[in-house]
Design a binder for this molecule. Structure first.
Ligand SMILES: CCCCCCCCCCCCCC(=O)SCCNC(=O)CCNC(=O)[C@H](O)C(C)(C)COP(=O)(O)OP(=O)(O)OC[C@H]1O[C@@H](n2cnc3c(N)ncnc32)[C@H](O)[C@@H]1OP(=O)(O)O
Length: 226
């Protein structure tokens, strides 16, 4: 068998080691991929997240950060069109209506689409801190099937920050904002510099995003501190 020996992880499950390091590409990590699964628990020196003074007021819609984003963009017919609103502190609420284009099993939302909805909602928290960050790790639990036509009522909050590491959690309910939890996730976002996008993204889209005359839109496309 071509794969190396399985290793125990901090979850007690076995993991197949992958090849060593990625190098020479900005944005690609130098962390050995064979390292054990890093924890989603903040370290003891983590601090409480602080809301940026210019963050949108609680209740205010955040709007799409980029119109071609599969999660929140308005320019993609089959996208999620997820609409997030600022809440108190560093927290948001969001809604996403499951469309026929989002099916996995007949009449049910695809799990990857639901994970995207969680990821997008968690990602939108960074705008309240005016941080540029990408998902490093996303751990999802799927607790109930989500039928096509359902509205998924999401909420997410940032729980801690340690250096570049941002810890957050989210859940999605069906049948109403107080309905049963169908999905939930814990995530670790990692703060990055703007060049994470400009050096790794396809030049056509980067150029188009950067040259938008609406500077607030440019700032939001990259979640930049304007
Ligand atoms: C044009 C549109 C732009 C849109 C922009 C708006 C964004 C909003 C979009 C919203 C859409 C939704 C959002 C999306 O979909 S974002 C898209 C999906 N995510 C990505 O594409 C990220 C791909 N990964 C990377 O680029 C690198 O791996 C990053 C940048 C993440 C880290 O590589 P880098 O070389 O920079 O840093 P480092 O390796 O020294 O690590 C630093 C620290 O972090 C810890 N660590 C790292 N990874 C993990 C992990 N997996 N689990 C646990 N821990 C992890 C690590 O141990 C270390 O800790 P410590 O040793 O310091 O304690």
């Amino acid at each position: 068998m071509a794969r190396g020996p399985a290793q125990a992880t901090d979850t007690g499950r076995e993991r197949i080691p992958r090849k060593g390091r990625v190098s020479g590409v900005s944005g690609a990590t130098n962390r050995p991929e064979s390292a054990g699964r890093p924890s989603l628990t903040p370290p003891p020196d983590a601090t409480a997240p602080a809301r940026h003074p210019d963050a949108p007021a609680p209740g205010e819609l955040l709007g799409a950060h980029y119109d071609q984003c599969f999660g929140c963009g308005e320019g993609l017919p089959h996208g999620l069109h997820l609409a997030a609103r600022a809440d108190e502190g560093v927290s948001v609420t969001a809604e996403f209506t499951v469309q026929p284009a989002h099916q996995g099993a007949p009449g049910l939302a695809h799990g990857g689409v639901l994970a995207t909805a969680l990821d997008e909602t968690l990602g939108s928290l960074n705008w309240l801190r005016r941080a540029i960050a990408v998902t490093g790790r996303l751990e999802s639990d799927f607790l109930r099937p989500v039928p096509v036509g359902s509205v998924l009522y999401l909420s997410a909050r940032c729980t801690a920050v340690a250096g570049r590491k941002i810890y957050s959690s989210a859940e999605g309910r069906i049948g109403g904002p107080d309905g049963p939890v169908a999905v939930r996730a814990e995530a670790l976002f990692i703060e990055v510099k703007l060049d994470h996008f400009t050096q790794n993204g396809r030049p056509e889209e980067i150029r188009a995003a950067m040259s938008d005359p609406d500077q607030v839109k440019v700032a939001r496309a990259f979640e930049v501190n304007p």
